[in-house]
Each structure stands twice: as structure tokens, then as C-alpha cells.
Ligand binder design. Structure first.
Ligand code: AMP
Ligand code: ZN
Length: 504
């Protein structure tokens, strides 16, 4: 089977072909760091995590870049309300974001670039657009004139007859169908904090929201790269504007595959901060649901279908995870049996009435069935269906005493590869002998290799530790130090602050 993905651009399933053989460049729009993400946001991030795990299992060397939006209308409003400089305000929310990803076993992206660390790249992009006649200045801000980009609307299939020539929209986010020129550079407004404006060749101001994703994706992945993702609300205006900015500046195709996740809903409505109908991860953990159960719920519905969040659904997810764990436990017991009983079991296995016949063949058939689903546009529900058919049959065999210790090891291997390494709903188990690529380690799995650990993440963890110390939560501070140590990062408290180094 070949990997097929649903491309929003063509509105069809397409066979995936990378720009460079064996490699995937993936840009995943990250959070706006002005408050704690909710589990709707986390559905999208967990889906992207599973996607990376699948790509790596298919032997693609995958580079995932996830931006952190630390400058936009919302972060500025938040920082002003909190009375904090922008960076200090966003640092706090980046720290909780990483804590949530960590709790859900999300494998860290290759890079988490922050918008405010890329102002020069964004200014250069605006200058390039200006040189190619795509922008104009008005009221001190710089605007993208969408009439200069004939492909405008090709992703969202928006109705361009509604365009009012020269009409402009200053908000970073705006309503569907509101097709107007958008700001790429916004002049500093009276009352806006110093910490949220930059003096550049474009004047004193700050970038429009869409600009960061064009600038940072092309910086780290090249002018044309493989896959760009987000949830469906990103299609318009955000991704449409990214295409206009990027292709307007380079004259080359920007992205080959656009993938968009459907929303997580509550009572039929999109979960959103603005509606107040949201749960954060800590809200659910407080109700004694495990991160694995929450993750199970999030991956149980294929990404292109809406997922209606209910507590009954979450309870069902918790019992599904328990079924996996209890099978694993029983298989482990079976693996441990030696001597006479083992002989008896192997006699039974070789007997004509043994349930599985060639058990190894059954394991590889289950493996194939799971991957057939995953390669079919990342169909996680199909993958879980195949996994649970295997779980059911294996439970029956165990009950009947048809499994040898070697069969039990093979069954555990499959369980840990699929439920552990790919779906992240069980711990992955190195002891099962399954190869897992080095970049597949999750932040919760200790690793002595620190080469891959992203510096933004380290800085965020250090900031979180500092915040914990400030509130005299020394237990949390120590836990963060240990977490970093587990990933090969050593902290040193010095009179000038905290220094970190990678363990040799
Ligand atoms: P934001 O912080 O608003 O930029 O959102 C971060 C990511 O979460 C974006 O890709 C959004 O499209 C996505 N998102 C927002 N709300 C939901 C939801 N209810 N379900 C799934 N994804 C969402
Ligand atoms: Zn983006």
C-alpha cells in the first residue's frame, strides 16, 4: 500500500510523493500563546503527532516545524491585561503548552520557532513582496493587495466576486468570506506596549499574524515543501494568506499537500475559548481521567471527521485503554512461564486444534491491516479496529491456553508497536525488541540523547521552573529539573541565573 493523503487544495485523496526522496518537510501551525490550550487545540496537535510517528514508521526522515505565535492581537491584549512585558507573558503560556504536550506523550517537533525571534526574516519577506508589486502602504501599515495575486482563493475556494477593491482588514483573524486586503506589517498604535513593537525598515510596528508562518516555514523547510497542516478554521484566511505571501514572494509553489483536521465539538459546537465551552487538559486530569484515555479519545475518530466530546466517550476510551493494558499484563505473565507448563502450551500450539495456526502470520496480518488503514489518509479508527480484532482473538487464545511464551512476546511486540509507538496510547516498550527510531522518543520517555532537544523547549522548561520557584512550589521545580536531566540537559544555578548544558 502507498501512503495517500487528502489534499485540501485538490479536495481529493492523492498519493503522497515527497519533494526529496525519503524525507518529509512538515509545517504544523502552532498555538497562539495567550492562554492554556483546550482539548480542541490538543486534538489537532495529537493528530499531527500521530502523523509524524506514522511517517517515521514508514521510514521517512521527518522534519516537523511548529511555530509559536507569540505576537498578535490576542497576545498583546493578554500581556496588557496581565501587566507583563509580552515575552514574559508568552513564556508562561509556552511553558504550559509544552507541559500539556508532554503529559499527552507528544513527541516534540524538530523545531518550535517563535514569531518574535524572526522579525528580520519577516521584514525581508515584506520587502520582497513590495519589490514584486504585491503591497502598498496606507496609514503607516503595509498591506497585501490580493488583486495582484491571481491564485488568491485557490485553497479555500472563496467567492472572489465579493472582493471590494482596496478594502482592508486590520484584524489578525477575520470572518469567513470577508475577502479583503490584509496587513503584513502593522504600524504601532497608541497605547500598545513597547515590548510588542519593533523598529525596522518598515517603521515602528509589528508583523501581521499570517506573515510568521510564511517566513518561518520557508526558512526552515525551503520555498517549496511537502506538507502544511492546521485545523479547518486555518484554511481561510490564514492559509490562503500564507500562500499569497509565499508564492507572491518566490513565484514558486509553496506547499504540495495541505491537510486540515476537523474540529472537536461540544454539544455540536466548535470548542473555543471565545464560547466558553472548553476543557483544558488539567480540567480532565483533575476529574481523574488518565492522559492515555484522553489521547485515545482524541485519536479514535479520523482527523477529517468532527469529534463530539462527551464524558461517556471519555469513559469508553478509558476502558479501551484498560483492555489493552490488561492484555499486556496477561501476555507478560504468559511470557514468564517456564518448564512443564511451557511444554504443555507448545504442545497445544502445535496441535491441529490450536486457535491461531501460525501465530506469527496472525501478528503480521494484524500489522498489515493497521498500516493499510494508517496509509489510507491516517485512518486511526480503522487502525484501532484492526488492533482490537487482534486483541479480541488473542484474548480468546490466551483463555484457551493456545499461546506459547514466544507467541505472547510476539503479541506484546505488536501491541507496543501499534498502541505504544504509533498511537501513543500505551507505553512503548523497548524490551519488546521493536525498533523505534531515535526521533520517536516522547518527552515523557527519558532519553540520554539530548542532541534532538529543542532549545525553545529547554528555555520554556527553565522558565516554568523559575515560575514554580517563585511561587515556592519546589516540588514542581525539582520535577522540571529531573525532567530536563532525563532528556540529557543539566541545569546549573549560578549567581547570574540558570545555565544549562547538554550531558556529554
Ligand atoms: P490557536 O491557538 O487558536 O491558533 O489554535 C491552535 C490550533 O488549534 C489551530 O491549528 C486551530 O485551528 C486548532 N483548533 C482551534 N480550535 C479547535 C477545535 N475546537 N478543534 C480542533 N482544533 C482546533
Ligand atoms: Zn500558521
Amino acid at each position: 500500500m502507498t501512503l495517500r493523503l487528502y489534499n485540501t487544495m485538490s479536495r481529493s485523496l492523492e498519493e503522497f510523493r515527497p519533494v526529496r526522496p525519503g524525507k518529509i518537510g512538515l509545517y504544523t501551525c502552532g498555538p497562539t500563546v495567550y492562554n492554556r490550550v483546550h482539548i480542541g487545540n490538543l486534538r489537532t496537535f495529537v493528530w499531527e503527532d500521530v502523523m509524524c510517528r506514522v511517517f517515521r514508521a514508514l521510514s521517512y526522515e521527518t522534519t516537523q516545524v511548529m511555530n509559536l505565535t507569540d505576537i498578535d492581537d490576542k497576545t498583546i491584549r493578554g500581556a496588557m491585561a496581565a501587566g507583563l512585558p509580552l515575552r514574559e507573558f508568552t513564556d508562561r503560556h509556552i511553558a504550559t503548552f509544552f507541559a500539556d504536550l508532554n503529559a499527552l506523550g507528544v513527541v516534540p517537533a524538530t523545531l518550535y520557532p517563535r514569531a518574535t525571534d524572526h522579525i528580520p526574516e519577516m521584514v525581508a519577506l515584506v520587502k520582497k513582496l513590495a519589490a514584486r508589486g504585491h503591497t502598498y502602504e496606507s496609514d503607516g501599515s503595509v498591506w497585501f493587495r490580493i488583486a495582484t495575486f491571481p491564485g488568491y482563493g485557490k485553497l479555500s475556494k472563496i467567492d472572489l466576486s465579493a472582493v471590494k477593491r482596496g478594502a482592508r482588514v486590520a484584524d489578525d483573524e477575520y470572518d469567513k468570506e470577508d475577502v479583503r486586503d490584509f496587513a503584513v506589517w502593522k504600524v504601532a498604535k497608541e497605547g500598545e506596549p513597547e515590548s510588542a513593537t519593533w523598529t525596522t525598515e518598515l517603521g515602528r510596528g509589528r508583523p501581521g499574524w499570517h506573515l510568521e508562518c510564511s517566513a518561518m516555514s520557508m526558512k526552515y523547510l525551503g520555498e517549496t515543501f511537502d506538507i502544511h497542516t492546521g485545523a479547518v478554521d486555518n484554511i481561510f484566511p490564514h492559509h490562503e494568506n500564507e500562500i499569497a505571501q509565499s508564492e507572491g514572494a518566490t513565484g514558486k509553489p509553496f506547499v504540495n499537500f495541505w491537510l486540515h483536521a476537523e474540529h472537536l465539538l461540544v454539544d455540536g459546537e466548535k470548542m473555543a475559548k471565545s464560547k466558553g465551552n472548553f476543557y483544558t487538559l488539567p480540567d480532565l486530569l483533575e476529574k481523574a481521567f488518565s492522559p492515555r484515555a484522553i489521547r485515545y479519545l482524541l485519536v479514535s475518530v479520523p482527523y477529517r471527521m468532527k469529534l463530539n466530546f462527551t464524558f461517556d466517550g471519555l469513559k469508553a476510551a478509558a476502558s479501551a485503554v484498560e483492555r489493552l493494558e490488561s492484555l499486556d499484563l496477561r501476555l507478560r505473565e504468559r511470557e514468564g512461564r517456564k518448564g512443564k507448563e511451557e511444554e504443555e502450551i507448545s504442545l497445544k500450539v502445535n496441535a491441529p486444534e490450536a486457535a491461531g495456526g501460525d501465530f506469527a502470520e496472525r501478528v503480521s496480518a494484524a500489522h498489515r491491516a493497521v498500516f493499510d488503514s494508517l496509509e489510507d489518509d491516517l485512518n486511526t479508527a480503522g487502525a484501532l479496529g484492526a488492533l482490537f480484532s487482534f486483541v479480541k482473538a488473542t484474548n480468546v487464545d490466551l483463555e484457551a491456553g493456545h499461546l506459547s511464551p514466544a507467541d505472547a512476546t510476539a503479541a506484546r511486540g505488536l501491541l507496543h508497536e501499534i498502541a505504544g509507538n504509533i498511537l501513543g496510547i500505551m507505553p512503548s516498550d523497548a524490551a519488546s525488541g521493536l525498533a523505534s527510531s531515535p526521533s520517536k522518543k516522547s518527552p515523557s520517555e527519558s532519553s540520554s540523547e539530548s542532541r534532538d532537544v529543542d532549545e525553545t523547549w529547554i528555555d520554556a522548561r527553565i522558565a516554568a521552573r523559575k515560575a514554580a520557584k517563585k511561587t515556592r512550589d519546589f516540588k514542581a521545580a525539582d520535577a522540571i529539573r529531573d525532567e530536563l536531566l532525563g532528556r540529557g540537559i543539566v541545569l546549573e544555578d549560578t549567581p547570574h541565573g540558570v545555565r544549562w548544558k547538554r550531558k556529554p
